[in-house]
Design a binder for this molecule. Structure first.
Ligand code: SF4
Length: 358
């Protein structure tokens, strides 16, 4: 796979040989700067590297500078239909615009947005979604297309949109080709990568719930990432955006492209279990994955939470450290070796966190 060209987004460089960056999108009201800043700060603590907000009206656009002042990561404005919102977002200091040049009405308006972005050095993402393809206007319902046909229509529309920017000599752009269908999404991204060396933002759209959406996204993203396709990733889930960040990193980690947080192993529990293994794992994950320092210090560590001392320490001997539960207390072990006095269950999380911070 040939390398794509690079696009700078604030201090981050996307494309080329640079790491695949994780992004998410706020679900707060952008007109509420305090709520949006709070959500982005939480996403930053979870490792989110690029954050996007919807800009539905001028009040939202005018809030961009206020939001930027409260966050550390690059901010992307998601614009539909009204080119004036894009102009205002750039004026307010946004780091990137997500737009579909085909839906902001006429060449003059596209030209004005592109010129404004060029002058400010602000990149654009052309977002092509299967559900809003221009070609679909010719159909009253859902067209009976194969996945290949869907992908080829998506790619043609993306190339058409990219052509508008290229004609204006604007190279500072990325493209996304998304569908809720993993095969169509992957086929479109693969075909686009063959035809253009433009960096891609990859992900499914409307992927679904946490479990279903993560599974679908992981299969599609693995296929693309293992071919070198994807400069930045967003896992779109009907869930807290922090979990979208987590899912994106888990995918990148599994493909071997990024390191992020610990590997927490835990047993499925059985009749021998006398402790709350599931509750401990959940609380441990919530604690680590919402704290940037814990995330950093636990990266590369294998931590075990096991349901009994009979099998736990032995089964988890590959872990750096962990707990094997008993009734209301647990045994601490490190690399399969039991250590020290028993620990009451309400102190397990503290013990693990202190060990991470050691
Ligand atoms: S580690 Fe113990 S509690 Fe957990 S599944 Fe195995 S035998 Fe059951």
């Amino acid at each position: 796979m040939k390398l794509t060209r690079e696009v700078s987004l604030g201090k981050i460089i996307l494309g080329g040989k640079n790491p695949v960056r994780v992004q998410s999108m706020c679900n707060t009201d952008t007109r509420d700067a305090a709520a949006t800043i709070a959500q982005i700060n939480a996403l930053e603590a979870a490792g989110c590297e690029i954050n996007r907000v919807a800009v539905p009206d001028m009040d939202a656009a005018k809030n961009i500078s206020k939001i930027k002042a409260g966050i550390k990561t690059p901010l992307v404005a998601d614009i539909h239909f009204d080119y004036k919102l894009a102009l205002e977002a750039v004026k307010q200091g946004v780091d990137k615009i997500r737009i579909n040049p085909g839906n902001i009405g006429g060449a003059d308006k596209v030209k004005e947005v592109v010129k404004t972005c060029a002058d400010a050095g602000v990149p654009i993402r052309i977002g092509v979604n299967a559900g809003s393809l221009k070609t679909l206007k010719e159909f009253s319902g859902r067209p009976d297309w194969s996945d290949e046909k869907w992908a080829s229509v998506m790619v043609n529309e993306a190339l058409e949109e990219a052509g508008i920017l290229e004609q204006l000599n604007f190279k500072l752009y990325l493209v996304s080709l998304k569908s809720d269908n993993l095969n169509r999404t992957a086929l479109a991204a693969e075909e686009f990568a063959k035809q253009a060396n433009v960096p891609q933002h990859i992900g499914l759209t409307e992927a679904g719930s946490f479990l279903a959406g993560t599974v679908k996204s992981a299969i599609a993203m693995n296929r693309l990432l293992s071919q070198g396709i994807g400069a930045t990733i967003r896992v779109s889930l009907t869930e807290d955006p922090k979990l979208q960040v987590r899912a994106a990193y888990e995918i990148l980690k599994a493909v071997g492209l990024r390191e992020y947080g610990p590997e927490i192993i835990s047993c499925p529990t059985c009749a021998r279990t006398q402790a709350d293994v599931a509750g401990t794992v959940k609380k441990l994950e919530e604690t680590i994955y919402s704290d940037a320092e814990l995330l950093k210090k636990s990266t590369g560590k294998k931590i075990a939470v096991m349901g009994c001392a009979v099998n736990g320490p032995g089964e988890a001997r590959d872990a750096d450290f962990g707990i094997a539960g008993g009734k209301g207390e647990g045994i601490w072990f490190e690399r399969g070796e039991m250590k020290g006095p028993k620990i009451p269950q309400d102190k397990w999380i503290d013990k693990i966190i202190n060990k991470i911070l050691e």
